[in-house]
Design a protein around this ligand. Structure first.
Ligand code: EPZ
Length: 442
């Protein structure tokens, strides 16, 4: 296998698509399942690389986790005995760090290396560590082996805590720790991504007592969690945005089923600014190319803003828009890995540094800790005709944007790094063929 996609682009993609379950909800719900007494069944789990890596890691630790149907998994943490995660398996996914929650509750101690994830920035976990300490957990970083090591002196106690900056997995990790703690926890400045709501709904269905008011969580610790029925994960809103952009960038149209508009409202509003069409029907959203696209500026931010995962695919749409558009990335410090690749197809994109009065406040990452001087914004000059080429994927969402670019470009393109794309998108080639795309994996 070449680990590549061959794409013949240059024609509109049109049709209807059923989304897969949300990767960034499924990963956390699977980990949270390990907090339950007894087995937990979860439906609508995407069959993708990230999930398979996590299930494999859970089995290595002694738990049971496997697919029992195309998109249903059963998880049981009862057999977990290993309190240390090896570097190879921990480095495969950013969420490995979240296993501290079930390991501490089950074994009273755990050692986990600094997490991996996509190469889109340093991605430290200082906020997660601060929360653990607020809960009375003894946790320290061992410079010798690069592991975080935590040990419970006594039962985890609820606490009042305020995140200094929003963190998506940090918020979810805090919820997992607090839901079984002794007493109440109040957590402020939480991340409000819809995937967090999915995790809260899942845990409350198992007996947790979690309530959310704007960006504050109140959690009353309970003694145990038990699954009463199978839980179904929500659809993947990042996939919805990606597929909408495949259709719009190729001057086509797509009907996307089972996505709630509020989960992608800012995306819908921004698409309308370009002059493209959006119609909200009963159970699907219709995105359609209507007339020449207008350049439209974007600044990424946590929900309900324009999500950082959407900006790479969005950049390709802007190469097809008339005028100069900008993307200002405020969540990660190195998320333009796709720009050089798009330039190979004829895109005209320049980096620039927007003037920001208070960068420490605006940016979600530690501004003062940036390595080198990665650019935080790009200018996209459109409309440019894209031609075919050979492309290399740097991270998951950049990979999707390269597939979109290859679908826009006339001729046959090669996108190397199919397995990186398959980490986060279930059967993307099959879905694109369903829209008239000419794509095959080699
Ligand atoms: C989650 O990453 C998602 N991953 C990302 O999706 C998503 O882009 C991101 O949230 C924002 O919504 C998963 O859910 C598995 P953060 P996460 O903690 O939790 C810095 C995809 O393609 N930070 O909100 O790692 C951090 O470096 C992936 O599906 C600290 O400095 O994001 C980043 O710059 C990509 N210290 C920013 O904050 C901390 O302790 C936001 O990070 C924690 C985070």
């Amino acid at each position: 296998m070449e680990d590549a996609y061959i794409v013949r682009g240059g024609h509109p993609l049109k049709g209807e698509v059923q989304l897969s379950g949300a990767k960034n909800a499924s990963l956390k719900i699977i980990i949270a399942s390990l907090l339950f007494d007894g087995p937990v069944a979860v439906a609508n789990i995407p069959h993708i690389g990230d999930i398979e890596d996590l299930l494999r890691l859970i089995n290595i630790l002694g738990g049971e986790a496997r697919f029992i149907g195309r998109n249903e998994v059963v998880i049981d943490g009862g057999g977990i005995r290993q309190d240390t995660i090896d570097l190879l398996h921990a480095s495969k996914t950013r969420v490995s760090f979240m296993l501290f929650a079930p390991l501490l509750y089950r074994l009273g101690q755990a050692s986990i290396p600094n997490p991996g994830g996509c190469r889109i920035g340093s991605r430290p976990i200082d906020r997660q560590i601060a929360f653990m300490k607020a809960m009375g957990i003894k946790v320290a970083y061992d410079e010798e082996d690069g592991y975080y090591k935590a040990k419970l002196a006594n039962r985890i106690k609820g606490a009042a805590f305020q995140f200094d900056q929003v963190t998506h997995t940090g918020t979810e990790f805090a919820i997992m720790l607090a839901c079984l703690a002794c007493g109440e926890s109040t957590i402020g400045n939480i991340c409000q991504e819809p995937e967090v709501d999915d995790l809260i709904d899942f845990l409350n269905a198992g007996g947790a007592k979690i309530s959310k008011k704007n960006d504050v969580l109140s959690i009353q610790g309970v003694d145990r969690l038990i699954a009463k029925e199978k839980y179904r994960v929500s659809s993947d809103r990042n996939e919805a945005v990606t597929l909408a952009l495949f259709a719009l960038a190729t001057k086509g149209e797509v009907y996307i089923k089972s996505i709630e508009p509020p989960a992608i409202q800012t995306f819908i509003d921004t698409v309308k600014k370009t002059g493209a069409g959006v119609a909200i029907n009963q159970d699907k959203i219709h995105f359609f190319y209507d007339k020449a696209l207008q350049a439209t500026d974007v600044v990424t931010s946590p929900h309900p803003g324009f999500m950082t995962d959407w900006q790479a695919p969005w950049a390709v749409l802007m190469t097809q828009a008339d005028g100069v558009s900008t993307i200002h990335e405020t969540v990660f410090e190195n998320r333009f890995g796709y720009v050089e690749e798009l330039a190979k197809l004829g895109a005209h994109i320049d980096y620039f540094e927007p003037s920001v009065t208070d960068p420490e406040k605006l940016y979600q990452f530690h501004w003062s800790d940036r390595q080198g001087d990665p650019p935080q914004a790009i200018k996209i000059f459109g409309k440019t005709n894209l031609h075919n080429g050979v492309l290399y994927v740097s991270d998951l969402r950049a990979g999707a944007s390269l597939l979109i670019a290859a679908s826009v470009a006339s001729g046959e393109s090669v996108v190397r790094g199919a397995s990186v794309i398959d980490r986060g998108y279930e059967a993307i080639d099959k879905k694109l063929r369903g829209l008239g795309g000419i794509i095959k994996k080699v």
